[in-house]
Ligand binder design. Structure first.
Ligand code: TYC
Length: 119
């Protein structure tokens, strides 16, 4: 990083420093940018033998904003492969989605499982 906006000037002084006439010496050092993108989390839906397909489709429509056709497609992927990523979110949003799905499934007495993992 050599952008001038990312440089810091350190003032040093002492008997053995090279002099620039004003009694101090200056050293320009590179400073790392400190902004980092927040980590993202995949929300996963897991297959089971008991949750009705239409319930899973409803979950995907309701909590992940998918159309009926998209929801049906993802539901079938989970049914056939065992698991699918249904969205990628910040930690807080992913946690909220997982909680909403688990709560909705529990209230309807279905064993549907939803988890999250760091991308
Ligand atoms: N395997 C379920 C059935 O045959 C359907 C299902 C799909 C369940 C996706 C969970 O995440 C799931 N009724």
């Amino acid at each position: 990083m050599t952008d001038i906006s990312n440089l810091a000037t350190c003032m040093a002084s002492g008997p053995r420093q090279p002099q620039d006439g004003d009694g101090d010496s200056s050293v320009v050092v590179d400073v790392k940018p400190k902004t980092k993108r927040p980590p993202l989390y995949k929300v996963l839906l897991l297959n089971d033998d008991y949750t009705p397909m239409e319930f899973v489709v409803q979950v995907l429509e309701r909590f992940f904003g998918m159309t009926h056709a998209q929801s049906f497609e993802i539901m079938l992927t989970v049914h056939k492969k065992g698991v699918a990523v249904v969205g990628v979110f910040s930690h807080e949003i992913a946690e909220t989605k997982v909680g909403q799905v688990m709560d909705f499934a529990r209230r309807h007495q279905h064993p549907l499982q939803c988890t999250m993992e760091k991308e």
